[in-house]
Design a binder for this molecule. Sequence first.
Ligand SMILES: [Zn+2]
Length: 263
Amino acid sequence: MADVDVHLLDRGRIEADANFVLDGSTVATASNPNPDLRYEEFLVWNLVIDHPKGTVLWDTGSHPEAGDDYWPAPLYEAFAHVDAGEHDLEDDLAAAGYALDDIDAVVMSHLHLDHAGGLYHFEGTDTPVYVHARELEYAYRSGNTDTGSVAYFPPDFDRELNWSVVRGDHLLYEDFRLLHLPGHTPGLLGARIDRGDETLLVAGDEAYWQENYDGQSMAASLLWDNRAWRESLDRLHELELEHDADVLLGHDTAMLDRFGETW
Ligand SMILES: [Zn+2]
């Protein structure tokens, strides 16, 4: 059995309209044609997965200058990472007792700009950066053509990185398996981590909030493929049931209470 600890790093808050996350959260009706919109807080987290075979950083958060004109203005208007500047990756790692030098490998759940903004710390190093093949392809296509998704920002990921490309599920270390969960993006990776009879499922942005995990769809702008998203959700539900697993969701502030600092 792998003696693994998982540390949850609080990387700050994004503020955005709840309609992005809960499709049809606020709808106008005949009796209430101008309802109040819900402007909500979203948690950004990273993980340090401390495994006997290596110390893994899961995602890298937003670039610290996200709100200082680094992110394109229309994107920041829609998804305001209001405190990215107070959440430098090195500081947040230090708060959990780690330094950048301790990181043996990085896993990118996907390459959206609230996840890939800290990759520059690993530029020019030989630290492997795990990513799904379809994610890397889609990110480059999105960044360099007018097809794909605007949520990929090439200055985050178009760097000299030691990419380690996976093509399906991938056993990273003993009891630590990457799961391909397409839907939110083509190459979204989650994880299954086992410790004795305990199981942690890292769902990540497959479900931003608990409501998504319970089946309420995210808006079309956050779903690359709705049918693939449903199938990935079914897969997670089955694993959760089979292993009585804890499930870590992508942007739900309740995760801080549910997991505390360490799993
Ligand atoms: Zn995200």
